[in-house]
Write a protein that binds this ligand. Structure first.
Ligand SMILES: *Cc1c(COP(=O)(O)O)cnc(C)c1O
Length: 360
């Protein structure tokens, strides 16, 4: 049976990438070794990591003013590493609270300075992206932080107005990186755990304007300084070689799809197909404001929890897995990252229409 995996993360990878990794698993390009058995400083692996960086630079239009880093510790480590490095001593940073992940980022930042919460949709259960007052950070803010896509609530920023007073905009893009075209120059830094849109868990992509990394206080340990990893080109210690290798294959695959613009077009179609069915139905209900809806994580409810349980069970029997909503919010969540083909979304909407007919 063909399985479509709608898991929120770790998420499905492109079939072509899985097959290529399988082909090369025991014998990476004639070396007689698997890629994870190679020295990270050997020429074969160096080619992989440099190729991955090159792909990221090409796909996202990253200029030489920025460093591309492959770190460990997940996006969760960045919640702390960011304020540790960039918060001015005695300073403050602005954060928008749009859900579970931004709250976690705020909690860590408070360990290093003052957090000014500039906007929050908490009072309405994170059902929207709150209005951020004119995207005008207060003078003296070390940076402004947002979560571009809220994996659990199913909301997403649809635009990033450039900040007008030079304050760096910093985004956790874990669940929508490379899903749509952005202007990297509008950001001071972005970061993303790879396991949603870029590869397996274990590697975290950080793209940071090099001058910002210079701010780091002297008390920050070597391993936790961006400047260390910039200087050593992500080779200060052993990087997660296999995860970087898969990220390289995934970014090759994106290039083959017409780059991020090409992927974005497919992502638009996928989410439109799914939202159309939800909008046309009174059986399925998406609690999110239409203008804040995510194109990556589509959340919806059925009339009762019993029906939701039945929906999940029957969907799984037809090969559609990973549809259970996050344990904090319940309901159904279809994660339709880059690797999910349109055919998977079409199979899901066919199933949804059938299910509604039988149970509606
Ligand atoms: C999954 C996720 C995280 C957590 O990522 P880890 O790599 O597990 O630390 C953080 N932020 C967002 C938006 C996420 O979707």
């Amino acid at each position: 049976m063909k399985v479509y995996n709608f898991s929120a993360g770790p998420a499905m990878l492109p079939k072509e990438v899985m097959e290529q990794a399988q082909d090369e698993f025991c014998n990476f390009r004639g070396t007689g070794c698997g890629v994870m058995e190679l020295s990270h400083r050997g020429s074969q692996f160096m080619e992989v990591i440099q190729g991955a960086e090159q792909n990221v630079r090409e796909l996202m239009g990253v200029s030489d003013d920025y460093a591309v880093l492959f770190l460990q510790g997940g996006a969760s480590m960045q919640f702390a590493m960011l304020p540790m490095n960039l918060m001015a001593p005695g300073g403050f940073a602005e954060y928008a609270d749009t859900g579970v992940w931004s709250s976690k980022a705020i909690k860590e930042a408070k360990l290093f300075g003052e957090v000014k919460e500039i906007a929050s949709s908490k009072a309405t259960n994170y059902d929207r992206i709150p209005v951020i007052r004119h995207w005008k950070p207060e003078a003296g803010a070390s940076y402004m932080h947002i979560t571009s896509n809220n994996t659990i609530a199913g909301t997403q920023y649809h635009a990033f107005p450039p900040l007008d007073n030079g304050t760096p905009l910093i985004a956790d893009m874990s669940s929508d990186i490379m899903s749509r075209v952005i202007n990297m120059n509008d950001f001071g830094m972005i970061y993303a755990g790879a396991q949603k849109n870029l590869g397996p868990s274990g590697v975290t992509l950080v793209i940071i304007r090099k001058d910002l990394a210079e701010r780091c206080p002297a008390t920050v340990p070597t391993m936790l300084r961006y400047s260390t990893h910039i200087k050593e080109e992500s080779m200060f210690n052993t990087p997660p070689t296999f995860s970087v290798y898969i990220l390289k294959l995934v970014t090759d695959w994106i290039k083959g799809k017409g780059g991020i613009a090409g992927i974005e077009e497919i992502n638009d179609t996928k989410s439109e197909v799914l939202y159309e069915v939800i909008n046309a139905s009174s059986f399925y209900n998406n609690p999110v404001y239409p203008e804040s809806r995510s194109r990556m994580n589509v959340v919806f409810r059925l009339p009762s929890e019993e029906l939701e349980a039945k929906f999940l069970k029957e969907a799984a029997a037809e090969g559609m897995t990973g549809l259970k909503g996050h344990r904090l919010v319940g309901g159904i969540r279809a994660s339709i990252y880059n690797a999910m083909p349109l055919s998977g979304v079409e199979a899901l909407v066919d199933f949804m229409n059938e299910f509604e007919k039988k149970n509606g």
